[in-house]
Design a protein around this ligand. Structure first.
Ligand code: AMP
Ligand code: MG
Length: 402
């Protein structure tokens, strides 16, 4: 077997990862717990909303033609024939020529009226209301279906539900929604040098940072995570844990041992139980990445270096999860910034350069690709496409925020 990785383009690796992603599994749940979940059904408006024509200001409901030509010195004199009571509809309340009706914000526009004059533009006298500004047809009125029309699909399947969406769901009386089930992701850390976070590392040992980092990201992204702890670089133990994780989870992530050193076992273990589809991606950091499949489930070998593992989690694993969730549009927070220093990049690979942002200036955090500090001290990353040899200082860049 070659000691070199057969490196493929990131976009091809992502295509493979999404191709092997299991389909979303729908589940019903109360809307109260559904924020952040991905809709698996379309939600239409069950009726016109607001459902009746209403005023958007406090004032007087009028026939707009009765206000034509009015002004401070030439007010229109209208007879007030009643008032609208909030939350009810008085069928006898009608605006006829030369009359008006008092209406508070949100009140039902009475029959005959086609506009509302703001209170500030009127003056009440003993027996009439003086209107000092003309209003045009429909002014200060919200029509019965201005917000949503009955039957209109407002939230489509594949949308990640936001707090704003909860407002809409309440407005259409929806109490239960069908969403994609949370993918169950198993996490395995490998390496003879690893000790748990609770232990004090001896000489040559390091604490397992990856498992906690991956689990936290995945939980926030809407997954269920199962931690399988640290496995030593021993084939039998590695295979046993991997098989168990594959049985119990929808996707398995294995960090460490993903390259082609004699002690790197991830590829061999995946190949022994299933198939390795990709071994090596033209991405920096993150080249020694494996995309495989065991019993129809994706098994991803992430590099051990924490920053590389995290970059691959974002660049490769996230699109796979999006497919499992049925998410239509990736949810990314980004901001624009000016590069404070040039970033060189090797042509042919996609670079995920970590940057810190201060006052609109993005400063690259150079350092050994895998170091955790480049993640912790950065605000996000700048993507340098494979065809590019770097980005010059002063370039306006898009920073994807963590
Ligand atoms: P490997 O990918 O197994 O060759 O590991 C590359 C580097 O990442 C080594 O220095 C490992 O000690 C380190 N590493 C591997 N796994 C972890 C982990 N779970 N947490 C922190 N560092 C790790
Ligand atoms: Mg290792």
């Amino acid at each position: 077997m070659s000691r070199f990785l057969h490196v493929i383009a990131l976009k091809d690796a992502v295509a493979t990862a999404t191709r092997i992603a299991p389909a979303p599994v729908p589940e019903k749940m109360p809307v109260g717990s559904a924020t952040g979940r991905v809709l698996a059904e379309d939600i239409p408006a069950d009726m016109d909303i607001p459902g009746f024509d209403r005023s958007v200001v406090d004032g007087y409901a009028v026939r707009s033609e009765d206000t034509t030509g009015s002004g401070d010195t030439t007010p229109a004199h209208l007879q007030c024939s009643g008032m609208v009571v909030m939350g009810s509809l008085d069928p006898n309340l009608t605006v006829t020529q030369g009359t008006c009706v008092y209406i508070p914000t949100g009140g039902v526009l009475p029959k005959g009226a086609d506009a509302v004059v703001m209170l500030e533009h009127t003056e009440e006298t003993a027996d009439t209301v003086l209107v000092k500004r003309p209003v045009s047809y429909g002014e200060n009125v919200l029509l019965h279906d201005d917000d949503f029309s009955k039957g209109e699909i407002v939230l489509a399947a594949g949308r990640k539900l936001t707090p704003q969406d909860m407002g809409f769901l309440a407005a259409v009386g929806c109490t239960e929604v069908t969403v994609a089930k949370k993918p169950v992701v198993g996490i395995i850390s490998t390496g003879n040098e690893l000790v748990p976070a609770t232990a004090r590392p001896g000489p040559g040992q390091v604490r397992d940072a990856n498992a906690s980092m991956l689990a936290a990201y995945l939980a926030e992204y809407g997954c269920e995570t199962w931690l399988y702890g640290i496995v030593r670089d021993e084939r039998e133990a590695f295979e046993t844990v991997t098989s168990r994780a594959v049985r119990e989870c929808d996707v398995v992530l294995i960090s460490g041992g993903s390259s082609k050193d004699d002690r790197d076992m991830t590829a061999g273990v995946i190949a022994g139980r299933g198939e390795v589809l990709v071994h090596g991606i033209a991405i920096a950091p993150g080249k020694p990445t494996i995309i495989g499949r065991i019993e129809g489930k994706p098994v991803i070998g992430l590099p051990g270096h924490p920053a590389a593992a995290f970059v691959v989690l974002i660049a490769v694993v996230t699109p796979l999860l999006d497919r499992m969730l049925g998410l239509k549009k990736p949810v990314l927070r980004a901001t624009g910034a000016v590069l404070g220093e040039s970033i060189p990049s090797q042509k042919g690979r996609e670079e995920y350069a970590r940057v810190r942002i201060d006052n609109g200036v993005a400063t690259p955090l150079f350092g050994k690709a895998g170091l955790l500090n480049t993640l912790v001290k950065s605000d996000g990353f700048v993507r340098i496409p494979p065809g590019c040899e770097g980005l010059e200082k002063g370039t306006f860049v898009e920073v994807i925020l963590w």
